[in-house]
Design a protein around this ligand. Structure first.
Ligand code: GRF
Length: 213
């Protein structure tokens, strides 16, 4: 499987993917921001890097067309949004239908959009987390491949909670990409995704309880 990773900044999820020894050829890391720290990390890992600067394009449609042209040069089977902070046009999403995935820092369908950690704290939820999902034209709404949950603690700040979630992002994103590379992710007609060949383990008796005093 060949993949392209899109980033906008720090690139810690991209790093987790590069260091997970996946059966995936990461053909290129593309950033919409020229100075993105993740570009240096990718280059240090020997991965090709490219920049498609959104500020050099008059509108979303033209930016997305330029981005698609760069992506298509690498002929990827999978396009991975790893902290890519641009909303994509429907035309772009359709072009990569069923091979475009994203990681979102919340347990979707709760808290789509931005500032998820602050919103989770404000809502008083006791569990929060992250979601790897296929991208569909509606933002943060596509079929869910995998999720990881963490407790929200009484003295949490958005920053502390974000750090706790991020550690799980770095676990669950490589897992999901591995399953995709192994051909184990099936998309249902009903808009859900299922992973083939996972056993439930002792799941009937397991729960993450929060608060847990
Ligand atoms: C992550 O929290 C990701 O879920 C969100 O943006 C952040 C990117 O972080 N979409 P990084 O660039 O992967 O470090």
């Amino acid at each position: 499987m060949r993949a392209v990773i899109l980033i906008s900044g720090r690139g810690s999820n991209m790093r987790a993917l590069l260091e997970a020894d996946l059966p995936v050829d990461i053909a290129c890391v593309i950033s919409n921001k020229p100075g993105a720290a993740g570009l240096d990390i990718a280059a240090a890992h020997g991965v090709a890097i490219a920049v498609v600067d959104h500020r050099l394009h008059p509108d979303r449609a033209e930016f997305d067309a330029a981005l698609a042209a760069e992506i298509d040069r690498h002929r990827p089977d999978l396009v991975i949004l790893a902290g890519f902070m641009r909303v994509l046009t429907e035309a772009f999403v359709r072009r990569y239908e069923n091979r475009l995935i994203n990681i979102h820092p919340a347990l979707l369908p709760a808290f789509p959009g931005l500032h998820t950690h602050a919103r989770a704290i404000a809502a008083g939820v006791k569990l929060h987390g992250c979601t790897v999902h296929f991208v569909t034209p509606e933002v943060d709404a596509g079929p869910i491949i995998a999720q990881a949950a963490v407790p929200v603690l009484p003295d949490d700040t958005p920053e502390r909670l974000a750090a706790r979630v991020l550690r799980q992002e770095h676990r669950v994103f490589p897992l999901a990409v591995r399953w995709l590379a192994e051909g184990r992710v099936r998309l249902g007609e009903d808009g859900t995704a299922a992973v083939i060949g996972v056993t439930g383990g002792d799941a009937d008796h397991e729960a993450l309880v929060s608060p847990n005093g």
